[in-house]
Design a protein around this ligand. Structure first.
Ligand SMILES: C[S@@+](CC[C@H](N)C(=O)[O-])C[C@H]1O[C@@H](n2cnc3c(N)ncnc32)[C@H](O)[C@@H]1O
Length: 420
């Protein structure tokens, strides 16, 4: 049986007491919201002050349509909004696709294509039509499709501005009998409302999300984006989400020219997680084997298929029991690994795996490692470097700046070859 990991999910996040400033500006509407985000461990509290820009005369007649959206603008539950109304609003409030580690709507400007928005949020035209009929009479702030189409763009500020009220609104839906709906309608509405609550409770509590990754040079390999499916996190299955190290290492790989002496096929990735690093190797045309624990591999396979990749295989490999893996006995010219140490056993296991699977050929072996510099895992990192130095020579090292869902972070890249 696999030894239990000494793992506390909260210990994984480096507390950051620094205040980041996010400036949300919607020029076409002249609405400005200044969001100060204070991040501490996995709990994010967001405080917002918002104001309308008084200097914009042309915007006055649009004032009624203007936001920031307030919780009181949403359909009031005591008016018994019908199913299409609540489904439409709850879907519009869902977070946008994530681009790298940011909601993509932070990077959009307004002027949205209405139809595209409703399609992206999976709102059917019949639901929209029925919702508008009711909203026209009972919810003046959202009584036109143009106004509704702005909701996704404004939802980030709404959640930041009125976090408690937002959660309370959703909780009221979840706890209401919704006696005016059928059982199936009630179930759908309540499940959407509970997803909206969980999205507001930090990354670790979020439901499934789709992440779009853009990296410089991807176009060179015929892609605009890499797509990553991330199921909701369960237990300590950290490989179900993408971590900042893989973005930096993936981006480094794409900068390297194919055929580089330190990036030769076949490539083995250890602890692939959602697969970003291994996928970059595949895109560069290298035969690549992506590996992880049994509970992570199904989603890894989903992601490989999602991106229509070739040249890859995907296998279970538990570092604590490599003998049962289909890759056992094979050897690789390059081993890549990103963010692999967060328990005292990990450094031993990772170095054992590198030693086991890396080619012995002196001119044909290379290990690329990227780790985040989380202060709470300093000892594990030092142990990793110490164990690596017993068998391998460090030939390159760099500290680099990066970020992930939890904020900015420094990362360390190192490349090693076998000792002669
Ligand atoms: C922090 S995640 C990093 C995932 C991915 N490399 C990334 O950077 O996004 C650590 C990864 O190591 C994997 N891992 C942890 N313990 C493992 C073990 N005993 N055997 C194989 N993989 C393991 C996890 O399943 C997870 O995918």
């Amino acid at each position: 049986m696999r030894p239990k990991m000494e793992f506390d999910p909260l210990a994984f996040f480096t507390p950051s007491l620094k205040e980041d400033s996010v400036f949300i500006q919607d020029d076409s509407l002249s609405v400005k919201a200044h969001v100060q985000i204070a991040i501490h461990q996995s709990v994010t509290s967001e405080r917002v002050t918002s104001w309308h820009d008084d200097s914009c005369d042309e915007c006055e007649e649009e004032e009624d349509a203007l936001m920031p959206l307030h919780i009181l603008d949403l359909p009031m539950l005591r008016l018994q909004p019908p199913y299409p109304v609540l489904v439409t609003i709850l879907k519009l409030l869902s977070p946008d696709e994530v681009l790298n580690f940011e909601p993509s709507n932070r990077q959009q400007n307004a002027n949205p294509d209405e139809e595209a928005i409703f399609r992206e949020k999976a709102i059917s035209s019949i639901h929209l039509k029925n919702a508008l009929t009711w909203l026209n009479n009972s919810c003046p702030r959202l009584n036109a499709s143009a106004k509704l189409s702005l909701v996704p763009h404004l939802s980030l500020a709404l959640r930041a501005n009125f976090t408690n009220e937002y959660n309370a609104y959703m909780t009221r839906i979840v706890s209401n009998e919704l006696s005016w709906m059928s059982e199936a309608e009630k179930e759908e509405v309540q499940s959407l409302a509970s997803m909206r609550i969980s999205e507001n409770c930090g990354r670790m509590a979020q439901p499934q999300l789709k992440r779009k990754i853009h990296l410089a040079n991807l176009e060179k390999y015929g892609r605009e984006y890499i797509y990553l499916n991330e199921p909701s996190m369960t237990n300590d299955n950290l490989g179900l989400k993408t971590w900042g190290s893989s973005l930096i290492l993936g981006s480094r790989l794409l900068r390297v020219s194919t055929g580089s002496p330190f990036l030769k096929e076949p490539v083995l990735e250890l602890g692939s997680g959602t697969g970003l690093v291994g996928m970059c190797c595949c895109l560069m045309g290298m035969v690549t084997t992506l590996t992880d624990l049994p509970q992570i591999v199904p989603n890894l396979q989903t992601n490989l298929k999602l991106n229509n990749l070739e040249n890859y295989s995907c296998a279970e490999l538990d570092w604590s029991a490599p003998g049962s893996s289909p890759v056992y006995g094979k050897s690789f010219s390059t081993v890549v690994v990103s963010d692999p140490v967060y328990s005292s056993q990990h450094p031993h296991w990772v170095v054992n795996m590198i030693s086991l699977f890396l080619n012995d050929d002196i001119n044909n072996n290379s290990v690329l490692i990227e780790v985040p510099l989380r202060p709470s895992f300093e000892n594990e990192r030092q142990l990793l470097w110490k164990l690596m130095s017993d068998q391998f020579v460090e030939v390159e090292s760099e500290i680099e700046d990066g970020y992930d869902d939890f904020g900015e972070m420094k990362f360390c890249y190192k490349r090693f070859i076998r000792k002669i």
